[in-house]
Ligand binder design. Structure first.
Ligand code: R5P
Length: 262
């Protein structure tokens, strides 16, 4: 791995702990104005001091994030689908590598839909993006999107994560599942988990705790942070789990004791 690639990855996965808290706010690329993200700038600003990186689209980056901020950007570069469209898996690459560089992306992110109608197309998107990003030392995050018909179990997620790694992804984002350890152990690159749909704060913290204990290098969490009654409290609690190995119950105390500035 060349110096630039290593350096960019180390801006995201912190060398001090080997872990990362990524804040995902890219949902609008197919969901439109997602609850809690109606005004992205308002949502993101108070959370930035606690995020190791920000995952978002170029549209929200340009319009809603001050260019003075010193947070590594994980730029979503796949899309072209919508929640009301024909098939969510029908994605293309939506940002050129030139524009990703212009936006000073620390990494680029692309979804793959293993087992879906457009499986081949999305895997090709990943492989093509890696070829382009390698030229400039930019790491690629593969996001294992799960179609409605797919089971989020260790067998399926191991398959999807491993394929992403085999194609050359530098890190992988997937879902937590029963026997998650098997997913991590069969994936030769670092794995982060998505938070998924909003659940109770305690359940989301347990999810993060379990994932870290079973080998994830971190979280790329969105709705369970920005849809919380206290987003700042929630991201602080998640950070304590990820970087300080604080158990979920103690992290919940951090959430509760953090003043709500929503
Ligand atoms: C989904 O495709 C997006 O990449 C989201 O960033 C991802 O699902 C993580 O957000 P959440 O924690 O809300 O699931």
């Amino acid at each position: 791995m060349d110096w630039g690639m290593k350096n960019r990855l180390s801006r995201i996965i912190k060398p001090e702990t080997g872990k990362t808290v990524m804040l995902a706010v890219d949902h609008g690329y197919f969901l439109g104005p997602t609850s809690g993200l109606e005004k992205p700038s308002k949502t993101v600003e108070p959370l930035l001091p606690y995020a190791d990186s920000l995952m978002l689209t170029r549209g929200v980056l340009r319009t809603s994030v001050n260019a003075n901020v010193n947070v590594p950007i994980v730029l979503r570069v796949s899309g072209g689908n919508s929640i009301v469209g024909e098939d969510l898996s029908n994605e293309a690459i939506t940002v050129s590598i030139k524009d990703a560089i212009r936006l000073n992306a620390a990494a680029v992110a692309v979804s793959i839909y293993v087992g879906s109608k457009y499986e081949h197309q999305t895997l090709k998107n990943l492989a093509d993006l890696i070829d382009q990003a390698e030229d400039y030392g930019i790491p690629v995050l593969a996001v294992t999107a799960v179609g409605k018909e797919m089971a989020r179990d260790a067998r399926y997620l191991s398959l999807a994560c491993r394929i992403a790694a085999e194609l050359g992804a530098h890190f992988v984002k997937t879902y937590y599942c029963e026997d998650f350890k098997a997913v991590v152990e069969s994936c030769p690159v670092p794995v982060v988990i998505a938070g998924g749909k909003k659940v109770s704060e305690m359940d989301a913290l347990k999810l993060a705790d379990n994932a870290i204990s079973e080998g994830a290098v971190g979280v790329d969490m969105g709705r369970n942070i920005f849809q919380s009654t206290n987003p700042v409290g929630m991201i602080k609690a998640v950070r304590a789990i990820v970087h300080d190995n604080v158990p979920a119950a103690k992290a919940y105390d951090i959430f509760k004791s953090s003043k709500n500035k929503k």
